[in-house]
Design a protein around this ligand. Structure first.
Ligand SMILES: [Cu+2]
Length: 151
């Protein structure tokens, strides 16, 4: 019968058709090229973004130096908040010699017109005094600097 023969043909033709479609999937090299091109584009984009992010990081202001003045036998400002890694300059504007003394740091003598600086690496509260002049005291609060790597 013709019907059964055509059935046989279609069964035999099956694998060839499959191979043909398989070949058609492989052939378009333009598609492969476009995928490679896309990969290059994504790569370039990633480099561009990282350069932008580096630029943004370097554009961030460097930790500023805070200044505490010793003026008229007092620390000004008396209370100050800085971030970890920040340096505080203690500037003696008086003629008298002062010092900055805390549990964590000791400046030693700071003659009139001179200054001394200290970098605060640990977060916390720091109460300090001038041991020469009772009542001459101040507090510095050091807060954790926000992580720069996080978005
Ligand atoms: Cu003093």
């Amino acid at each position: 019968m013709t019907v059964s023969r055509s059935d046989e043909k279609s069964l035999k033709a099956g694998p060839y058709v499959g191979a043909d479609t398989g070949a058609h999937f492989i052939v378009p090299s333009s598609f492969v090229r476009s995928v490679k091109g896309m990969a290059k584009f994504v790569y370039a984009l990633a480099i561009g973004l990282s350069v932008l992010m580096l630029g943004a990081q370097s554009a961030q202001p460097a930790p500023q130096q805070a200044v505490v003045h010793m003026t008229n036998y007092a620390f000004k400002p008396q209370t100050l908040t800085v971030q970890t890694g920040q340096t505080v300059v203690f500037q003696n504007d008086d003629d008298a010699t002062h010092n900055v003394t805390a549990d964590a740091f000791k400046s030693g003598d700071i003659a009139g017109g001179k200054s001394w600086k200290y970098t605060f690496d640990k977060a916390g509260g720091y109460s300090y005094v001038c041991t020469y002049h009772p009542g001459m005291s101040g507090t510095i609060t050091v807060s954790d600097a926000s992580p720069t790597s996080a978005p």
